[in-house]
Design a protein around this ligand. Structure first.
Ligand code: HEM
Ligand SMILES: *[C@@H]1O[C@H](CO)[C@@H](O)[C@H](O)[C@H]1NC(C)=O
Ligand SMILES: *[C@@H]1O[C@H](CO)[C@@H](O)[C@H](O)[C@H]1NC(C)=O
Ligand SMILES: *[C@@H]1O[C@H](CO)[C@@H](O)[C@H](O)[C@H]1NC(C)=O
Ligand SMILES: *[C@@H]1O[C@H](CO)[C@@H](O)[C@H](O)[C@H]1NC(C)=O
Length: 327
């Protein structure tokens, strides 16, 4: 008895250490509940008004989060501006420049969050929440995402240029996902984000006129879609930046139409189409084409996984005051 009472303070001490470890070193669904209770509302309103003005912004915010998480982890490095020759950011990487959108939306939400809760919420958590809200407003399920990420102080343009490309083999794309702790299923599920948004003609034009050097179109591309694309993206450089919907059936709707297109040879990018032909992924494509709710459920789970890539926590990184520049 006596011995037990004597030991108790040490037990408490142990718990204090253990709990503080939890608080500072693990993401938490309630991370800002007491420090910034209005956070979710501010983010949702900012995303909602951006989409009300420009429907495509839903897609752009989801992609912005992906391009953040795959480079240096989810640390808002993609939001940092170049500063003369002293700081090189990721915005000017070829995969991002004139392609990634939505920076101003996050900057504006951040300014409103700073007014409500100064120096409290990281830019990367705002981006994570914005991607969730954007997908949900477009039709995706609402998933719970733990928070407490901190912002990076560096960026890596070289790594940004190594983001998965639509011209790469599925082997390479899978390897790049594996390197981030994501698996083949995540490749299939997260590619389903291409159910919304647009691509420039140059990202798939090789399928329209000279597929694999054959001087012919990709025989796997559905005939009426091919004809339409050849008209919108004629074989001349001035059409390279023309925009085409990734999902021509329900362009702004977050649904499983991406997979229904794929099984119908109507995927736009080569990297989309291959998912329906490779035996590692074809059965998943088929099942998502049949079971829309299975896709919506799995998409949320894979987004949470992606949002955990290489996060900074505790004393690492910082809470940036302005998402464009380190403190
Ligand atoms: C699997 C490898 C992937 C490849 C090769 C790829 C490639 C591309 C390309 C080439 C574009 C068009 C860019 C342009 O023309 O400027 C695009 C757009 C888009 N991507 Fe991906 N992507 C991949 C994965 C993902 C993932 C994981 C997500 C998010 C979860 C995503 C979300 C989007 C969205 C929403 C758009 C439309 C953006 C807009 O309209 O602003 N992509 N992607
Ligand atoms: C509305 O969207 C257009 C692009 O479609 C953009 O140029 C403009 O800045 C946006 N306005 C606001 C207030 O966000
Ligand atoms: C930036 O990324 C490249 C390519 O992934 C890598 O080789 C390099 O070490 C990174 N640089 C820094 C400073 O982390
Ligand atoms: C497949 O494409 C054909 C021809 O474009 C279309 O009539 C049909 O409805 C499509 N099927 C699905 C499941 O989308
Ligand atoms: C896919 O096909 C290859 C070659 O036909 C075969 O070796 C492999 O076992 C198959 N993999 C799966 C998952 O079915």
């Amino acid at each position: 008895m006596e011995q037990k009472a004597f030991k108790r303070p040490f037990v408490h001490l142990f718990y204090i250490f253990f709990l503080s470890h939890l608080v500072f070193c693990q993401l938490d669904y309630r991370f800002y509940d007491s420090t910034c209770p209005s956070l979710t509302g501010i983010v949702r309103y900012g995303v909602w008004s951006a989409i009300a003005n420009d429907t495509r912004m839903a897609a752009s915010l989801v992609r912005l989060h992906f391009h953040d998480c795959f480079v240096n982890g989810c640390d808002a490095s993609i939001l940092l501006d170049d500063i003369d020759s002293t700081f090189v950011g990721e915005k000017t990487a070829s995969v991002n420049q004139n392609s990634v959108r939505g920076y101003e939306v996050i900057d504006k939400i951040k300014a409103n969050v700073e007014k409500a809760c100064p120096s409290t919420v990281s830019c990367t958590d705002i981006l994570t929440l914005a991607a969730r809200e954007a997908a949900n407003i477009a039709g995706a399920s609402y998933w719970m995402v733990p928070l407490g990420r901190r912002d990076g102080r560096t960026a890596n343009k070289t790594a940004a240029n190594e983001l998965p490309s639509p011209f790469e083999s599925l082997d390479n794309i899978i390897a790049k996902f594996n390197a981030k702790g994501l698996d083949t299923k995540d490749v299939v599920v997260l590619s389903g984000a291409h159910t919304i948004g647009f691509a420039q003609c140059f990202t798939f034009k090789q399928r329209l006129f000279n597929f694999g050097g054959s001087r012919k179109p990709d025989p796997d591309l559905e005939a009426s879609l091919l004809k339409g694309l050849q008209t919108v993206c004629p074989d001349q450089v001035d059409s390279d930046t023309t925009l085409v919907p990734l999902d021509s059936v329900t362009t702004n709707r977050f649904d499983n139409s991406y997979y229904r297109n794929l099984v119908n040879s109507s995927g736009l990018l080569q990297s989309d189409h291959v998912l329906s032909t490779d035996n590692r992924t074809a059965s998943m494509v088929l099942s998502y084409s049949r079971y829309p709710y299975l896709f919506l459920k799995d998409f949320g789970a894979s987004m949470v996984k992606m949002a955990n890539i290489g996060v900074l926590m505790g004393q690492d990184g910082e809470i940036r005051e302005n998402c464009k520049v380190v403190n």
